[in-house]
Design a protein around this ligand. Sequence first.
Ligand SMILES: [Zn+2]
Length: 222
Amino acid sequence: MGARRANEKDADRRIGRRALLIGGTAAAVGTGVLARDELARLWWRAPGVEKPRKEGEVDYTGARWVAASDANWRRADRPDDYGVDMVIIHVTQGSFDSAVKVFQDPGHGAAAHYIVGKDGTVAQMIRELDVAYHAGNRDYNERSVGIEHEGFVDRPQDFTDEMYEASALLTARICARYDIPVDREHIIGHVEVPGTDHTDPGEHWDWDRYLKLVRKARTAVA
Ligand SMILES: [Zn+2]
């Protein structure tokens, strides 16, 4: 799971970008008078409002949609405003349901795009278009898709065959969609994010096995 501090920073940044976009354009025009429709057009060029969205729509057909609180992510227009070149693997340190619950809590300040259960169930809680607060690092949040896995880092038995299979299929799809290489430079653990104090997915997560499964599934979807 991610750190809370990313939340405030991201909110500040969004306001900053919008103010700059409108302010900068007005200055360039010089007179300070901007036609109303032009201003409206420019406003709509701000990140996050380009692509049509449907309530309940998922990016991965194997997932069911369960919305996270919108306090735990920010609207964006990826991969147009931020390129996506990374998948970040997490472990929830709790049950599937408890992860869903905290991601729906506006006070939590963090959430991932997906949760994969021990039985292979996949929930999508944030669209891949949007920036989820899961890595505790703004740059890594903007460029990655975050996947949580039900269980505890010190309980290897939590990482079931069904979970590895389901997660690998999901990651393979993400890699195919954004042309992300299937390697440990681009599929990383939360522990590998610079500045993090999180240890997930931990020493029991079998990276060799996981990468092998992702590669196999990636070949199949190619
Ligand atoms: Zn994590």
